[in-house]
Design a protein. Structure first.
Length: 276
C-alpha cells in the first residue's frame, strides 16, 4: 500500500542529506531554484487573476489555482529543493532510524534559506521588468497580500497545517501511480485544493511577499507584517508535513506490513498443504 511511497521518502531524504553534506553550495542553489520556480507561478497566477478581478468574475482566485500546481511539477522534475516537502521526507526517515535530528535541522534550515534567497532573487529580477511598476492599490496582488499579512496567528497556523498536509500528499500520492502524466495530473489537482481553499504555504508566501514589497504597494504591506505571517505559517507547514503525512503514514504502515506478512505466511501454508 503506502510502503512504496514511504520507501521513496526515505530514499529522497538520504539523497538530500548526502548532497548537503558533500555539495552544500549545489544544494543551496537547488533550494534557490524552488523559490524561483514558485515565484514564476506566483507572477503568472496574479497576472491572470487580475483580469478576472477587473471583470468582477468569481474566477479571479479559482482560475489561477488551476495553474499553481505547475510549480510543484517544475520543482519535482527540475531537481529543485522545496522546504515544505522535506518536512515529511525527513520525518519518515527519522522514524525509521535512517537520519538523525541534526540532519533534519540542518536540511530544513538550509532549504528554507535557499528557498527564501530564490524568492528574493526572482523578485529583484521581476522588478526590473516593470510589469508591476504601476499597479493600483486595489490590484489582486495587494488585496491577497494585505489579507494574508493581517490574519490572526491562530488562523495562519492552522491554514499552514492544512496547506502542507495537502502539498505533501501531492508528492506522496503520485508514488502510488504509474506514468508521468498521471503523476503530474495528481500533483496539479491536489495543489489546486490548497490554493483554492486559501491555505497558507510559507515558500509561496515568501515569493508573493517579496514581489509585493519590491513593487509599489499600499501601507498595509510591510516587512514586519510579512514576518508576522511567515512565523506561524512556517510552523504550521512543519506540523502539517511532519505529523499529518510523515508520522501518520509511518504509523499506518506498521499494520499494513503486518498484514502483508500474514498474507505471505498464509500463502506458504497453502502451498505446503497442496504439496502434501
Amino acid at each position: 500500500m503506502e510502503e512504496q511511497g514511504l520507501k521513496y521518502f526515505v530514499a529522497l531524504a538520504h539523497k538530500k542529506k548526502r548532497l548537503l553534506d558533500h555539495y552544500p553550495l549545489h544544494y543551496f542553489i537547488r533550494a534557490m531554484l524552488a523559490g524561483i520556480f514558485v515565484g514564476f507561478l506566483i507572477v503568472t497566477c496574479f497576472r491572470t487573476g487580475e483580469y478576472f478581478r477587473v471583470a468582477d468574475s468569481p474566477f479571479a482566485y479559482l482560475f489561477p489555482a488551476l495553474f499553481f500546481g505547475i510549480a510543484l511539477i517544475l520543482i519535482t522534475y527540475g531537481g529543485a529543493e522545496l522546504f515544505t516537502g522535506n518536512t515529511s521526507y525527513f520525518t519518515v526517515a527519522y522514524m525509521r532510524n535512517e537520519v538523525q535530528l541534526r540532519d533534519i535541522g540542518r536540511n530544513w534550515v538550509a532549504c528554507y534559506l535557499g528557498n527564501a534567497a530564490g524568492a528574493i532573487f526572482l523578485a529583484i529580477l521581476f522588478y526590473f521588468t516593470g510589469i508591476f511598476s504601476h499597479i493600483p492599490n486595489d490590484h489582486l496582488l495587494h488585496e491577497i497580500v494585505s489579507y494574508k499579512m493581517h490574519g490572526s496567528v491562530t488562523a495562519l497556523f492552522f491554514k499552514g497545517i492544512l496547506c502542507n498536509w495537502l502539498v505533501c500528499l501531492a508528492v506522496f500520492l503520485p508514488t502510488q501511480v504509474k506514468g508521468d502524466g498521471a503523476k503530474m495530473a495528481m500533483m496539479v489537482l491536489v495543489v489546486f485544493l490548497f490554493f483554492s481553499s486559501g491555505f497558507e504555504h510559507s515558500i509561496a508566501n515568501l515569493s508573493l511577499f517579496s514581489i509585493a514589497l519590491i513593487s509599489p504597494h499600499p501601507d498595509t504591506i510591510s516587512i514586519g507584517a510579512a514576518i508576522y505571517n511567515l512565523i506561524p505559517v512556517t510552523i504550521g507547514n512543519i506540523v502539517g508535513g511532519a505529523v499529518f503525512v510523515g508520522m501518520l503514514y509511518q504509523f499506518l504502515s506498521k499494520s499494513a506490513t503486518k498484514l502483508s506478512l500474514e498474507d505471505n505466511l498464509n500463502r506458504v501454508d497453502e502451498i505446503a498443504e497442496k504439496a502434501k
